[in-house]
Structures are given as structure tokens and as C-alpha cells.
Design a protein around this ligand. Sequence first.
Ligand SMILES: *[C@@H]1O[C@H](CO)[C@@H](O)[C@H](O)[C@H]1NC(C)=O
Ligand SMILES: *[C@@H]1O[C@H](CO)[C@@H](O)[C@H](O)[C@H]1NC(C)=O
Ligand SMILES: *[C@@H]1O[C@H](CO)[C@@H](O)[C@H](O)[C@H]1NC(C)=O
Ligand SMILES: *[C@@H]1O[C@H](CO)[C@@H](O)[C@H](O)[C@H]1NC(C)=O
Length: 358
Amino acid sequence: MNYKSHHTPIIFLTPAFSQSMATLWNSALWVLCLLVLCLAADGYGESTCDLYKGNWVRDDSYPHYRSCPFLEKAFDCQGNGRPDHDYMKYRWQPGDCNMTRFNGRDFLTRFKGKKVLFVGDSLSLNQWQSLTCMLYNSVPRTKYTLFRSGGLSTFTFKEYNLQLSFDRNPFIVDIVRTDAGRALVLDSVNGSRQLWEDNDVLIFDSWHWWLHTGRKQPWDFIQMGGLTMRDMDRLSAYEIALKTWAEWANSSIDPAKTKVFFQGVSPDHANCSAQREPLRGVDHYRDPAEEVLEKVIGSMDKMLVRLLNVNEMSRARKDGHPSLYGLGGHRGMDCTHWCLAGVPDTWNELLYATLIRE
Ligand SMILES: *[C@@H]1O[C@H](CO)[C@@H](O)[C@H](O)[C@H]1NC(C)=O
Ligand SMILES: *[C@@H]1O[C@H](CO)[C@@H](O)[C@H](O)[C@H]1NC(C)=O
Ligand SMILES: *[C@@H]1O[C@H](CO)[C@@H](O)[C@H](O)[C@H]1NC(C)=O
Ligand SMILES: *[C@@H]1O[C@H](CO)[C@@H](O)[C@H](O)[C@H]1NC(C)=O
């Protein structure tokens, strides 16, 4: 019995219908292709995903390095006798995608012959040290040089002709010596711009020195637009300085040549002693200095500068500070800087993920 042939006419298609089916099939194929592409891209830590929304998860393959021959004592918590290790075993996991794992050799190869400069206070020093340690660990016997001259420290990977520098400059705007004393000049970056402009990657930070008074305040008065002031609201002064910096970036940076980052405000904790694991749960505290920074960066061209948004994620890492195992030892309590290996390694993973995504 020819049952099949008897029924075939039912699925015979008119030319028009078959064409529309073909179109439909084509569209379906496209959708499928796009889906596959999106999924493939997602595995790479994708551009649509907010890398800064996520969680700290325990990962025993961490830290990136066990020791680092040029690590500063201030960050060398294990060397200073910190007894616990768990604080080094946390990885940042974005909620909506997986971050590309840091690959030091790939970084060195991609940035061969290039110049990377960190500019800012000791939190910038913290991140610069972390990056040099992470990279050195990926090629442990490679030749390097480390020079210091004034506030500028330069680490060079000879084989890759890659220069990673740190310029100690906590206010970013100029401090100028005058007959009347030291002026913090809120509307000038003349003193540093030449140093900055000759780089391929720039990572800035500021804020922590803006609140210093008395002997820790390295200026005597504030200048702006030819006016001189004894002092002013520090948060407002910081905002004016950031805007001066933003104007400089807008007028002097060629985004095709130089990638510019600003490190979010690194959070302090009042008393961080005896903390052995990240805090659970989020508080919704908004750091005023971070708000000012986000406002200024948010007003700038997205192609020009990227916020390295470390504020919120690092707030959970009360365990990551040196506490009694920093420079001050048992007499000090450092809940500002971060142990290395540790939290700034994650900041550099984010820096890397952002750089290779572009
Ligand atoms: C991230 O990686 C894990 C483990 O490899 C996998 O199970 C998960 O589906 C990935 N998530 C995304 C969003 O790609
Ligand atoms: C910065 O340089 C500009 C242009 O050369 C000059 O007009 C300005 O006075 C300088 N500012 C300071 C504080 O040196
Ligand atoms: C950036 O510079 C351009 C001209 O070079 C100007 O039109 C624009 O207003 C500037 N933007 C900011 C935020 O300063
Ligand atoms: C800091 O916290 C630890 C542990 O919670 C406590 O033992 C210590 O007394 C605190 N120190 C100060 C200065 O509050």
C-alpha cells in the first residue's frame, strides 16, 4: 500500500510558501548563529556583561604568586608574619559571565615594546606592585630592571621591552613651591602632563591624601584661577582637581594610542584585625569620594577613559588588609592598603580583561 505517496500532496508546497519557509529557515539559521556567537563570546568575558557585579568565590588555584622578589615590605603580609592564608584564595566571579583568566605571558606579548604608567598614591603603588609580581611570576627567570628616581619607579621586562612605571603623585594636580609656601594648584597638571602623555596605558588614582591635615598635608594653601585660599571643602577641591584632569585627558589623549583608566576609590575599614574571610552580604553605603569620581568620569567620553570600578567589590574584603602585618607591624593597624598577593591582583585581572576585550 502506497500510504506515503498518497499523503505527500499535503506537504507539497506552493512556490510562494516554500520561499517563505526558506526565508524562515534562513532567519532561524541566523538566530542560531547569533546565539552561538553570543555564547562563544560570553565565555570570553563579554562586553555586554558588567564585570563589577558579582561575588568573591573561594578558588584554591589562587593566589597568582607565592612570593615576589621585589615586593615592598608594606604589602608583604606573609613575610611580616601574617599567620592565615585564606584571604589569598578568593577569585572575583562576575554574575553574568566568566572573566578571562589572567595570562601573564599573553599580557607581556601583547604589550611588547609598550609603556604602562600608574599615577597616584600608595593604592596605585599597591596595584603597580601587584601587576609586576603577577607578570614576573608568569616568566620567573626573565631579566628585569627596577629603577627609582624621585617619585618615579620603573620596572622593565628586558626581553619584552615592556616598561611598567609608578609615578607617586597623590593629588594628580600640581603642587608648586612659591615664596609664600607650597601651593596646591587645583586647575593645573602642567607639572606632570608630559610624563603622562608618552604612554600606551595609564591608570590613575587619587583621593586618599585629600583629607590629610597637619603634618601629613604636603601643601600650605590652595590656588585656583589666580585665587589663593587657606583651605576649602576637601571633597569639592578633589572634584575640581578631577575636572582639571578630565579636561587634560579630553584635550591631550588620543584614544587610539592610549588607554586610560581611573582606579575607583579603594575602601578603608576602621578595624580590620583578625578578619579571615570576605564579609557576606552587601551594604548599600555609597562612598562620597566614589560618587564624585563616578560623576566626573560619567561626564567624559566612554572611549577616552574607563573606571576600574573597585570600590564596591573591595569593600567586602576587610580580610585583605595588612592589619598588624604591614609596615607599622604590631604597633600599626593598616586597614587601607592591601596584602600582596591579594585584592589588587583582582583589580589587575579586571584591567587585563578590559584591555583584551577592546
Ligand atoms: C562559567 O564557567 C562555568 C564553569 O566553567 C560554567 O559552568 C558556566 O556556565 C559559565 N558561565 C557563563 C555565564 O559563561
Ligand atoms: C600651565 O601651562 C599653561 C600653558 O603653558 C600656562 O598658561 C599656565 O600658567 C601654567 N600653569 C601653571 C600653574 O604653571
Ligand atoms: C572635549 O573636547 C572637545 C573638543 O576637543 C569639546 O567639544 C568637548 O566639549 C570636550 N568635552 C569635555 C567633557 O570637556
Ligand atoms: C579590633 O577588632 C578586634 C577583633 O574584633 C578586637 O579584638 C580589637 O580590640 C579591635 N581593636 C580596636 C582598636 O578597636
